[in-house]
Design a protein around this ligand. Structure first.
Ligand SMILES: NC(=O)c1ccc[n+]([C@@H]2O[C@H](COP(=O)([O-])OP(=O)(O)OC[C@H]3O[C@@H](n4cnc5c(N)ncnc54)[C@H](O)[C@@H]3O)[C@@H](O)[C@H]2O)c1
Length: 300
C-alpha cells in the first residue's frame, strides 16, 4: 500500500514528498535527498491580484507573495496614484532578483463589471491566473446599533462583502478559464465570528461574518475546478485602519493587547507566512476554512 492509501487520487506536482520520497530514496541509492518543504510554499511564476494593495495588510501580503516568487501581483486600490509605500515596495520587489513584480491599478472593488474586465485583461496578458487576495475593506466609527443609518450600513457591506465577492469572481473567472485551479483568499476578520466588547461595529461585524460564509459557499462550488477558497481572519493589527482608533485613543493599545493570550496586537508582517501558505500548494487540501490569526483573541 502506498502512503496515500490503496488508490492514488492525486499526486503533488513536486512529489515524491515525505514518506514516499524516503521510500524511493531507500530503493534507489542514486537519489540524493534534499529538503522540499519550502518548495511547496514557492509561487514561482504565478500571477494574481490583491485588492486593497496600496497599503496596510494588502501591500504587506503582496510583498510576501512576491518574495515567494510570484511573477506578477496586481494590486487594486482606490487612489489614482499609488502611495509612497507602494512605490518603495514596487522598487524593493524589483530588486529581489527573482523576476517578481508589483503592478498598481486604480480600481474600485464595488465595480463588478470593471473588476471582471480588468482581471480578464490580466489573464490575456499573463496567460494564467493563480491567486487572489481580497483585502480591500473599510471600518466606520462606532455607531449605536439601534441608530445605525441605512446608508452607512450599505456603504460598509458594499465594500467589505459585495466588493470581496466581485474581487473573488474576477479572479475565479480567470482561474476557471485557464483550467489550472487557483487559490482565493478572502480577508475577513475575527470580528466575523466574535464581537469586540467595547466596539460593537454592527456593520463591520455583519460584513465580515458574511465573508466567512461566502468563502465556504464558493469553496463548495469551485472545488470541482480545484479552485480553493478560504477566509483569513486577522485579530487586532496596527495599520491605518486601526490607527484611526489607536492614535486617537492611546489607552486602547493596552486594552486590545490584554484581550489575547499573547498580550500584544499583531504586526502586518505576521500575515506573511499564513497567506503564502494559503496561496501556495503547501495548503493544497485546504478549502472552505476560516484561518484565524488573532494572537488567540478568539480562544478566550
Ligand atoms: N488591521 C486590522 O486590525 C484588521 C483586522 C481584521 C481584518 N482586517 C481587514 O484587513 C483588510 C485590510 O485592512 P488594513 O488593516 O490593511 O486597512 P487599510 O485601511 O490600511 O487598508 C484597506 C485598503 O482597502 C482600500 N479600499 C477601501 N475601499 C476600497 C474600494 N472600494 N476599492 C478598492 N480598495 C478599497 C483602502 O484604500 C486601503 O488601501 C480589511 O479588509 C480589514 O477589514 C484588518
Amino acid at each position: 500500500m502506498s502512503p496515500q492509501g490503496p488508490t492514488v487520487q492525486s499526486t503533488s506536482p513536486i512529489g515524491p514528498l515525505g514518506i514516499q520520497a524516503a521510500l524511493e530514496a531507500k530503493a534507489n541509492p542514486s537519489i540524493t535527498p534534499r529538503p522540499k518543504i519550502f518548495d511547496e510554499f514557492a509561487l514561482t511564476d504565478r500571477v494574481g491580484l490583491v485588492s486593497g494593495g496600496n497599503r496596510g495588510l494588502g501591500l504587506e501580503i503582496a510583498i510576501a507573495l512576491a518574495e515567494a516568487g510570484a511573477r506578477a501581483i496586481y494590486c487594486f486600490d482606490l487612489p489614482k496614484e499609488p502611495s509612497k509605500e507602494f512605490k518603495a515596495s514596487q522598487e524593493y520587489v524589483g530588486k529581489l532578483g527573482n523576476n517578481s513584480r508589483l503592478e498598481y491599478f486604480s480600481e474600485d472593488v464595488r465595480n463588478q463589471e470593471q473588476l471582471w474586465k480588468k482581471a480578464e485583461e490580466i489573464g490575456d496578458k499573463e496567460q494564467r491566473f493563480d491567486f487572489c487576495v481580497a483585502a480591500a475593506g473599510i471600518l466606520k466609527s462606532h455607531t449605536d446599533c439601534l441608530e445605525y443609518p441605512a446608508q452607512q450600513f450599505k456603504d460598509v457591506l458594499e465594500v467589505n462583502t459585495s466588493g470581496v465577492l466581485f474581487t473573488a469572481q474576477a479572479a475565479g473567472r480567470q482561474m476557471s478559464r485557464f483550467g489550472r485551479g487557483g487559490s482565493i483568499i478572502l480577508i475577513a476578520s475575527m470580528s466575523g465570528s466574535i464581537t469586540n466588547k467595547d466596539h460593537a461595529w454592527v456593520s463591520y461585524n455583519s460584513s465580515k461574518s458574511a465573508v466567512l460564509q461566502m468563502a465556504r459557499s464558493m469553496a463548495c462550488e469551485l472545488g470541482v475546478k480545484n479552485i480553493r477558497v478560504n477566509s483569513l481572519s486577522p485579530g487586532h493589527i496596527y495599520t491605518q485602519m486601526t490607527a484611526a482608533y489607536l492614535d486617537t485613543q492611546p489607552h486602547l493599545l493596552e486594552k486590545w493587547s490584554g484581550l489575547n493570550p499573547l498580550g500584544r496586537i499583531g504586526r502586518p508582517d505576521e500575515m506573511r507566512g499564513v497567506v503564502t501558505w494559503l496561496a501556495s500548494d503547501a495548503s493544497s487540501f485546504c478549502t472552505g476554512s476560516d484561518i484565524i490569526v488573532s494572537g488567540g483573541h478568539h480562544s478566550w
